[in-house]
Every structure is written in structure tokens, then in C-alpha cells.
Design a protein around this ligand. Structure first.
Ligand code: BES
Ligand code: ZN
Ligand code: ZN
Length: 513
């Protein structure tokens, strides 16, 4: 398998796509717009410093024009024209109450979330005006403002012959360090969104590997694509059982980021499910919405996105990424219900449902990752429809054998607003997969569909030998309709920013991991 290291195969390097469209929107007649924040306690509007500055610069025009509309609710925007020569188009956005912070019921930093939401609303309000550029008020937290603007700016249009031009988005205050960080976090999540959205005929396992090369190698991350033969030599028969029905060769990607280059510090391992299309195999899925299964590599995409962020920030930590990639198709030599395979850790698996393929590819990946003695191990997988039933898109459901990992990931979610919710990893569920007629473990819970997410997690546990492990079932957060307003409609790239923040917390030495 040949991998081009400098140029693209089918897709253009995504990292540059936003920047390129920004640079190419050249007409000098097109105007600049600005987004500024305003707090509101229910009765009174209070300007941020930037809004104050524009008001003074326009001899009080901002206050005058705002009066016509009354108070501005949180998350809403109001576009004002002709404020001044310097600021002809201003979108004023509602930040809600001033001095918000961590809310223990919502389990997130409400100030950051209000800024992301408001700035995104501002970006959308200016979206169709054909502006050349948009400057954004950092609203006291440039990181959150950049995330709101750049996550809202994401559009998947790689396959459109006519692409809409996007305005350049910059921070109103120069050299805002928070803004630069937030832009990196948003870019990592947008990488994951783009990979998830890409159709499966284009993003095959081989092309996913090429995309990982394009995204990561420039940042010094080593990308090692392993072949079928490599996996066969390691007895990864559980992984390979899934790929039998497909003509596309599987790839096992191994990523290495060495932020602690000169030490042999143990790595953080991130494992991502990379099913580039899930038909269900012989246990074929119904055809309605099957197209969404192009995003069944969401775990893999978020792994690439979060390692991108870690490398771009230069986090002082070693990270290894492990991504089994394949298609789940019903070909003539596909795995059949009732087949038994022996995984690389020696455990035999009865495959009663070929649509429960994510756990099969992860079994070998988790065993392989465990062999690297990671300081902590996290896996992300669009694993069960049951997860979407239980939590919807509110949070990623997480299953964990370590309080330290839970504490750190929970904290990360409060910062990013992309939250996690703890689910049980009890023996109660283990016995429902280990009580198996033909083999050591069944790939489907005995009392299906009851507790489907919990039995799936228990299955994975059988292949983990690491005391600090977390399984993140991201099926429920895979796609955004309108629930998270700053993301817009489409594949979400969640929880890329949370996992990157988790890595940063570990690197900072605050977690005991
Ligand atoms: N990829 C699916 C899970 C999924 C469903 C992700 C909807 C995102 C949205 C997974 O491979 C699957 O099909 N799981 C089965 C397991 C069952 C057969 C035990 C499921 O959830 O139905
Ligand atoms: Zn499936
Ligand atoms: Zn799947």
C-alpha cells in the first residue's frame, strides 16, 4: 500500500480548506463586519469593553440604535447597519447575565457556553451578507469566542462544484492567546466533522489513513498504516472477521505523538472505532437512514482530531493513537451469525449479531493498545443505538474502571461544554456477555436489547488490561440537528475538544494519571 506523504489522494488537505476559502474572497468592495457582546440581567443591556469602544468611537450610535430593540436575550443577535464608517455592520449578541461560571446542575462552565452560543449566533446573522471579514469581540474569553465562531463557520462543501465563500474570522483584540487556542480546538473538531461527513465511497479505510497523514504528519505526528497481513500475524481475528464481507482492504492505523520526546514516559492511548461504513453485515440494517453509517468512523475521526489539537498546542505528553479501519459489508464470505473467532488475547467470541461489529474491531485494538502499557487509555466509538436512546445528544455516555480518569474527563467536559455522563461498568452486565453457548464471550447481550450500551461496554472490558480505562459511547452525539446551536446541522465531531482537554489536564500533572 503506497501512502503519499505530501499531496492528497482524493481529498484536499482539510486543515487548509477553511484558510484557503478565506484567502480567496478578495473583492475590496466587500465590507468588514464585527460581532460584539452585550450582557443582560433581564432588564438592562451592559456592553462589553469592545462594545463600549465601538459606542464611543461612533459617538454613542451603538447605544442609540440598540434602544429601538430593547433588551437582547442570551444567544440572540441583532444586526445594526451604519454604526460608523469604521464599523458599518455590527452584530450585537446576547451573552446573558454577567459573571456566570460553573453550574453544578448543568455540569458546565455557563460563561464559556454563553459566549460560544452568542458568537455563533452573531456569525450566522452576518453569514449571508457577503462580508469580506468578520472581527469578533473576545467577550472576556477569546478561547470560547473563537470556538463559537469557527465551529459555526464550518461547512462541508468539499464535493460541491460551486463553493460558498466564507469571510475571514479574526479576533478584535490583537495577539489574544485564548483566541489562538480556541481556533486550534475548533479546527480539531472541524477535522473530525469533515472526516465523518465524507461519503464512504471516498473515505475508505485506505483513504482515511491518507487523510490522517495529511492532517498530522506536518505536526510531527508519526502515522503508521498497518496492513491485513500485519493484523493477521498478530492474530487480530476479531477485527478481521468484520472486514471479510468487504472488497476494501482493512487498515490498522498507529499514531505516535511524542510531546515528551526525550523521556520514555508512558503514553496516553486513544483508540477509535473506524468502521468507514456499517451496513450491519449479514445482520443487515434497515435501509432508512443507513447513509448515516458513513459516520461510523466517528471514534476514529475524533481520535485524529484530538491528537491534532494536542500536537498543534505542543502538549508535553506522549500520545499513541490506535485506529482499526474497515467496512462492515454482507459479502459472500462475510462472517455469519453463530460464527466463532479467537481474538488476539486468546478469548473466543461467538458472533451472534454481525451488526455488533464495533466491539469486535475494538477487542483487538484495545488488547494491542494495552500491550503498550499506557498511563491511561480512552476509546471512542459510535457503538450502540441504545446510547442514543438513553442520553440522546446531551452527553457522551462513558464507562470507566478508574476514578482518576472519570474525574479528569468529567472536568474536561465542564470546560468544553461537550459533556460526559457516567454509566455502569458492573459485573451484572459482564455475566450477560460471558454466559455464552459456544465461546468465552458473546458479541450480543443475553437479555438484548435491555442495557445494550452496558453489555457492549462489558464486552470491551474483556479485552482491556489497563487500570485507567474509559470507554466513550459516542453514538448519541454523532450527529447534530439543532441541539448544540454553535455546531449547526451535520456530523458533530464530538467529543474531540473534551478528549484533547483531558490530555491537557493529564499533561499538566493535575490528575494523578
Ligand atoms: N454503528 C452502530 C451503532 C449506531 C447506531 C451508531 C446508530 C450511531 C447511530 C453499531 O455498530 C450497531 O449497529 N450496534 C447495534 C448492536 C446490537 C446489534 C447489539 C445496535 O446498536 O443496534
Ligand atoms: Zn453495527
Ligand atoms: Zn457500527
Amino acid at each position: 500500500m503506497a501512502f503519499v506523504r505530501t499531496s492528497r489522494v482524493f481529498l484536499r488537505p482539510h486543515v487548509l480548506s477553511l484558510a484557503r476559502s478565506v484567502r480567496s474572497c478578495g473583492s475590496s468592495e466587500r465590507k468588514a463586519g464585527v460581532i460584539v457582546g452585550v450582557y443582560n440581567d433581564g432588564t438592562e443591556n451592559t456592553f462589553t469593553d469592545a462594545a463600549d469602544h465601538i459606542n464611543e468611537q461612533s459617538s454613542g450610535n451603538l447605544v442609540r440604535l440598540m434602544q429601538y430593540g430593547g433588551s437582547l436575550k442570551a444567544g440572540k443577535s441583532r444586526v445594526l447597519y451604519g454604526v460608523s464608517d469604521e464599523f458599518p455592520v455590527v452584530s450585537v449578541v446576547g451573552l446573558g447575565e454577567q459573571n456566570q461560571n460553573y453550574d453544578p446542575i448543568e455540569e458546565r462552565d455557563e460563561s464559556k457556553e454563553a459566549i460560544r452560543t452568542a458568537v455563533a449566533a452573531g456569525y450566522r446573522s452576518l453569514g449571508d451578507l457577503g462580508l469580506k471579514s468578520i472581527q469578533v469581540d473576545p467577550c472576556g474569553d477569546g478561547e470560547a469566542a473563537a470556538e463559537g465562531a469557527l465551529l459555526a463557520a464550518f461547512k462541508y462543501q468539499d464535493l460541491k462544484s460551486k463553493k460558498k465563500e466564507s469571510p475571514a474570522v479574526t479576533c478584535l483584540s490583537q495577539n489574544d492567546q485564548g483566541w489562538t487556542r480556541g481556533a486550534t480546538f475548533a479546527e480539531g473538531q472541524n477535522i473530525a466533522r469533515r472526516l465523518m461527513e465524507t461519503p464512504a465511497n471516498i473515505l475508505t479505510p485506505t483513504n482515511f489513513a491518507q487523510e490522517a497523514v495529511n492532517c498530522l504528519e506536518g505536526l510531527g505526528v508519526e502515522v503508521m498504516p498497518r496492513t491485513y497481513e500485519w493484523a493477521k500475524e498478530r492474530n487480530m481475528n476479531s477485527f478481521l472477521s468484520v472486514t471479510r464481507g468487504s472488497g476494501e482492504p482493512p487498515v490498522f492505523l498507529e499514531l505516535s505523538y511524542r510531546g515528551k520526546r526525550f523521556t520514555d514516559e508512558k503514553p496516553l492511548a486513544i483508540v477509535g472505532k473506524g468502521v468507514t461504513f456499517d451496513t450491519g453485515g449479514i445482520s443487515l440494517k434497515p435501509s432508512a437512514n443507513m447513509d448515516k453509517m458513513r459516520a461510523d468512523m466517528g471514534g476514529a475521526a475524533c481520535t485524529v482530531g484530538s491528537i491534532f489539537i494536542a500536537a498543534a498546542l505542543g502538549l508535553p505528553i506522549n500520545i499513541k493513537g490506535f485506529i482499526p479501519l474497515c467496512e462492515n459489508m454482507p459479502g459472500s464470505i462475510a462472517t455469519k451469525p453463530g460464527d466463532v473467532v479467537v481474538a488476539s488475547n486468546g478469548k473466543s467470541i461467538q458472533i451472534d449479531n454481525t451488526d455488533a461489529e464495533g466491539r469486535l474491531i475494538l477487542a483487538d485494538a484495545l488488547h494491542y493498545a494495552s500491550q503498550h502499557s499506557p498511563r491511561a487509555m480512552v476509546n471512542m466509538a459510535t457503538l450502540t443505538g441504545a446510547m442514543a436512546v438513553s442520553l440522546g445528544s446531551g452527553a457522551t455516555g462513558v464507562f470507566c474502571n478508574s476514578k482518576a480518569v472519570w474525574d479528569a474527563m468529567h472536568k474536561a467536559g465542564t470546560v468544553t461544554g461537550d459533556r460526559v455522563w457516567k454509566m455502569p461498568l458492573w459485573k451484572h452486565y459482564s455475566s450477560q456477555v460471558t454466559d455464552c453457548w459456544l465461546a468465552d464471550v458473546n458479541n450480543q447481550g443475553k437479555h438484548k436489547p435491555a442495557g445494550g450500551s452496558c453489555t457492549a461496554a462489558s464486552f470491551l472490558k474483556e479485552f482491556v488490561s489497563c487500570d485507567h480505562w474509559m470507554h466513550m459511547d459516542i453514538a448519541g452525539v454523532m450527529e447534530n440537528k439543532d441541539e448544540v446551536s454553535y455546531l449547526g446541522k451535520g456530523m458533530s465531531g464530538r467529543p474531540t475538544r473534551t478528549v484533547a482537554t483531558f490530555a491537557e489536564l493529564i499533561a499538566s500533572g493535575q490528575t494523578g494519571l
